[in-house]
Design a protein around this ligand. Structure first.
Ligand code: SF4
Ligand code: SF4
Length: 276
C-alpha cells in the first residue's frame, strides 16, 4: 500500500471513529460506561477539557471528553502528535484540497510570521482565558464547522451558522487552509489540540522519552523536497541541509516518503543527526 493511500485511509478512519453518524470511538467508550448519550463530535470534544487544564475544571467536563483527552495527551507525550498526522480529518481536508490550488495563490506564512512562537502564544492564551472568565473552545471550533459541512454534503442536514462559525470556516478552510502552503495554517496557528500535543511531545523528547524525526546531515543533499511537501511548513533548509522543527511536525511522514536520499530517520534525540 502506498504512503498516500495509507494516509488517506487513516483520515477516513478518523472520520468514521470520531464523527457522526458513525462516531465509533465515542460509542465504544459509552458502551463500556453503560451510557446512552448521543455519540457525535461534541460528545468527544477535546478542546473543552484542554481549555480547563489551568482553570482546574478539567475533570468536571464530559466523561467521554475527559477520557479521550487523557488518551490523546498520553499518546502525544510518548509517541508524538499522531492524532494530527494520521487521524484528524479536519486538518487533512484543507491539506489535501490545497494541492488543487496553484502554488502562486498560496501564502507561505512562515516567511512573514514566527509560526512556532505564535502557536505557543495562542495555546497559552487559550489555556489562561478561562481563569479570567473567557471561553474560546466553542467560539471558533473548526471540528464543528467540519461536522456541519460534512453533514450538509452527505445528509442535507443544516443549522444556522453563527457569525463566529462562518469566520472560523473562512479562516480554517480558505485563508489558512487551501490558500496556505501545505493547507494546515489553521492547525499551525489556531488549534489548541495540536499545539498541546506538540508541547508534550517536545517535553518528552527533551527528557529522552520518545523518538523524533531527524535528518542525517551527511546523507541530505539539500534538494528541498521535504520543505516543499511538508504540510505544516515544519522543515527549513539551513545551509545545505534540512532541519525539522519538532514544535510543528505532526509525524505525517510526507517528507520521509519524498526524500530521495533516505536522509530522514526516526530516533531518540540522543542520537546525533550525523551519527547515521
Ligand atoms: S516534517 Fe515531515 S513528518 Fe513532520 S509534518 Fe513535515 S512532512 Fe510531516
Ligand atoms: S528531501 Fe531529503 S535530501 Fe532533500 S533536503 Fe530534505 S532531507 Fe535533504
Amino acid at each position: 500500500m502506498t504512503h498516500n493511500l495509507k494516509r488517506i485511509l487513516g483520515y477516513l478512519g478518523g472520520f468514521v471513529l470520531f464523527f457522526a453518524p458513525f462516531a465509533l470511538f465515542q460509542r465504544a467508550i459509552l458502551f463500556f460506561l453503560g451510557r446512552q448519550d448521543i455519540a457525535n463530535i461534541h460528545t468527544l470534544c477535546l478542546r473543552i477539557p484542554i481549555e480547563h487544564i489551568i482553570s482546574g475544571k478539567f475533570l468536571h467536563m464530559g466523561i467521554v471528553s475527559v477520557i479521550s483527552t487523557i488518551i490523546l495527551l498520553t499518546v502525544a507525550f510518548f509517541f508524538g502528535p499522531l492524532f494530527c498526522g494520521k487521524l484528524c480529518p479536519v486538518g487533512a481536508l484543507p491539506e489535501y484540497l490545497s494541492k488543487l490550488v496553484p502554488n502562486s495563490l498560496k501564502i507561505e506564512w512562515a516567511k512573514y510570521l514566527p509560526m512556532t512562537s505564535l502557536r505557543a502564544g495562542f495555546l497559552l492564551g487559550f489555556l489562561i482565558a478561562p481563569v479570567f472568565g473567557g471561553y474560546l473552545a466553542c467560539s471558533y471550533c473548526n471540528y464543528y464547522v467540519f461536522d456541519l459541512f460534512v453533514n450538509y454534503i452527505f445528509w442535507g442536514y443544516t443549522v444556522a451558522f453563527s457569525g463566529s462559525l462562518i469566520l472560523t470556516g473562512i479562516l480554517w478552510f480558505f485563508i489558512f487552509g487551501i490558500f496556505t502552503k501545505g493547507g494546515r495554517g489553521f492547525c499551525n496557528l489556531f488549534c489548541p489540540v495540536g499545539a498541546l500535543q506538540s508541547l508534550l511531545y517536545v517535553i518528552a523528547a527533551k527528557l529522552g522519552l520518545n523518538r523524533e524525526l531527524q535528518i542525517n546531515c551527511k546523507k541530505c543533499i539539500g534538494c528541498g523536497s521535504c520543505v516543499k511537501v511538508c504540510p505544516m511548513d515544519a522543515v527549513q533548509l539551513m545551509g545545505k541541509a534540512a532541519h525539522i522543527s519538532i514544535y510543528r511536525c505532526i509525524l505525517c511522514r510526507e517528507c520521509v516518503n519524498k526524500c530521495p536520499a533516505g536522509a530522514i530517520f526516526y530516533a531518540r534525540k540522543a542520537r546525533k543527526t550525523d551519527e547515521k
